[in-house]
Ligand binder design. Structure first.
Ligand code: COA
Length: 257
């Protein structure tokens, strides 16, 4: 019989190892953020990397009951009182390129920009302008830019970029993201870099693959969804969520006439 292959966990009757690290030692000496880093990378983080990952996870954990993932989780919890797992899953299912998951596409955009700039020997500013112009011509939105609530600035971005700069972890990913932000301002209008965009730039600098842009948001948001679901179950009545709905279809008509 073919076996499944994995390089993540080696578990047996007398041992559990995460990428070679004894889980009992990790339980004693590491943080949860260390473990998240180790699970997605091939090593433990440095103290500075841990701080940065922690800041990302805190930044994405929750954005209020009205954020699509939190609202969906609450709606599911309101109608289904037996399954917190279904409610948390309902929240996760809303995460995509528009909400919370733009980090992956933004990482791809930054990586493509960096490799074209290096290949063609052009400045990040020139390459960022080209990226923005291409998106404008294709009538597509730049992933990692814009926010429904933080319309002028997403305050979490500066915290993350300052932490990265202060600990020597800011690299070309962050530099190119800032060049993109300036090009967007100049060539479209001021649209702020959002938390997904900041996370994307940092994950590029940490050497993680682009899918982690989406997955890391999910990991952090599950903490918030869990709290939102708990509050919905413990504080609110079943089926309390109602929306005003307006029917604007055809008027009443008879079948077959
Ligand atoms: C997040 C988002 C849906 C918020 O949108 P919003 O605040 O409701 O903004 P609107 O959809 O009303 O757009 C307002 C204007 O800004 C433009 N705009 C907004 N985000 C843009 C982006 N990322 N790239 C290019 N233009 C953008 C829109 O085209 C629109 O222009 P118009 O007024 O000329 O039609 C939107 O910014 C977006 O799609 N961003 C990209 C995906 C993303 O990063 N998602 C993660 C959010 S944390």
């Amino acid at each position: 019989m073919d076996t499944w292959r994995t390089a993540i966990i080696d578990a047996g009757p007398d041992h559990i190892r995460v990428r070679g690290h004894d889980v009992l030692e990790l339980m004693r000496d590491a943080t949860f953020t260390d473990l998240i880093f180790l699970l997605h990378h091939d090593r433990l983080p440095s103290p500075a990397e841990r701080r940065l990952m922690d800041a990302i996870l805190i930044g994405v954990a929750d954005h209020g009951a009205g954020a699509p993932s939190c609202a969906a989780a609450r709606l599911a919890a309101s109608g289904n009182r037996q399954s917190p797992s279904a409610a948390v899953a309902a929240g996760i299912l809303t995460i995509g390129d528009e909400h919370g998951g733009a980090g992956s596409a933004c990482m791809e955009m930054i990586a493509a920009g960096l490799s074209r700039a290096r290949r063609d020997g052009v400045s990040f500013d020139a390459e960022a302008a080209r990226t923005v112009d291409e998106a404008t011509r294709a009538k597509t939105r730049l992933p990692g830019f814009g926010h429904r609530v933080h319309t002028t600035i997403d305050p979490r971005v500066d915290v993350l970029f300052t932490l990265a700069a202060d600990s020597g972890l800011a690299g070309d990913g962050i530099r190119f993201a800032r060049a993109l932000e300036a090009a967007v301002r100049e060539r479209i209008k001021p649209i702020p870099l959002n938390i997904d965009g900041a996370l994307a730039a940092i994950l590029i600098d940490l050497g993680l693959p682009s899918m982690v842009g989406k997955l890391l948001f999910i990991v952090g948001r599950v903490a918030g969804l869990s709290a939102e679901v708990l509050e919905e179950y413990t504080r609110e009545k079943p089926m309390r969520i109602k929306f005003p709905v307006e029917y604007d279809g055809v008027p009443p008509r008879s079948n077959g006439k």
